[in-house]
Design a binder for this molecule. Structure first.
Ligand code: AMP
Length: 244
């Protein structure tokens, strides 16, 4: 990481905590970037896809209900996801700032969240990760995920040291059910029709929208750039001033 942390350290102490929404197409790097930003800031990384997959792995009744929806590349019901996020945002670890990944993903979710922000002491900002369509396809079809810790790899650009084995914990790497090609196309269509208008909805609700052109930038550079932008926006950013 090359960010100069001196700027962040100089910020006045009494700024509003930032509430960062990582936004972008499937495969735009929200998950990987979110994990990196969490290490940098100490903020919780709330990924609705991870929360739903956890329910599926634990075979809860909600998980059993969600399994076929996720496997088909469709969206879970708005009220359910919004409630799940609303509950989680009430935890005390969100008070100093948080990262949302994959939420909001529809206009009703966006309107509900804008309502949640009004009257609360956060500075919300949507970070739109822009990646070109062919690059998205390349990323999703080569993605491998650790079945245990959720670490994300790519067959070509970020392979594990031993094929199909996680570097962190030795667990097997798997292809997410929804990373199969036919499902990927459905997810991209869902993104285009239901999620794309979310940025505009939030902008109309007075929420700052920042775009980052990711191109083929590596995830560390993307996280670095986001951190730099957040610092310029001027919220109270990091509990930790040095990356681990
Ligand atoms: P992700 O890991 O963000 O790609 O999400 C994986 C899947 O979880 C999506 O394709 C949806 O089926 C579901 N999902 C995640 N976030 C949401 C959300 N905000 N609203 C509805 N469904 C969601």
């Amino acid at each position: 990481m090359t960010t100069d942390n001196a700027d962040i350290a100089r910020k006045p102490a009494l700024q509003k905590p930032l509430a960062v929404m990582l936004f972008g197409a499937p495969g735009s790097g929200k998950g990987t970037t979110g994990k990196m930003l969490t290490k940098l800031t100490g903020w919780p990384h709330l990924a609705t896809g991870d929360l739903l997959r956890e329910q599926i792995t634990r075979k809860t009744s909600l998980g059993l209900e969600m399994q076929s929806i996720l496997a088909a590349g469709q969206l879970a019901p708005d009220d359910l996801v919004s409630r799940m996020v609303g509950d989680r945002l009430g935890w005390s670890d969100c008070e100093a700032g948080f990262l949302l990944d994959g939420f909001p993903r529809t206009i009703p979710q966006a309107e509900g969240l804008a309502q949640w922000f009004s009257g609360r002491n956060f500075r919300p900002v949507l970070i739109h990760l822009w990646v070109e369509y062919n690059e998205i396809l390349r990323r999703l079809t080569g993605r491998r995920t650790c079945s245990n810790c959720g670490a994300i790899y790519h067959l070509e650009s970020t392979p594990s040291q031993v094929p199909d084995v996680c570097d962190n914990d030795g667990a097997a790497l798997t292809v997410r059910a929804d990373d199969k090609e036919e499902v990927v196309l459905q997810r991209l269509q869902t993104y285009q029709t239901q999620t794309w208008p979310v940025a505009e909805t939030l902008r109309k609700n007075g929420i700052l929208v920042e775009a980052i052109e990711c191109g083929e930038m590596d995830p560390e550079s993307v996280a670095d750039r986001i951190r730099w932008r957040l610092d310029r926006i001027g919220g109270s950013i990091a509990k930790k001033n040095k990356p681990e």
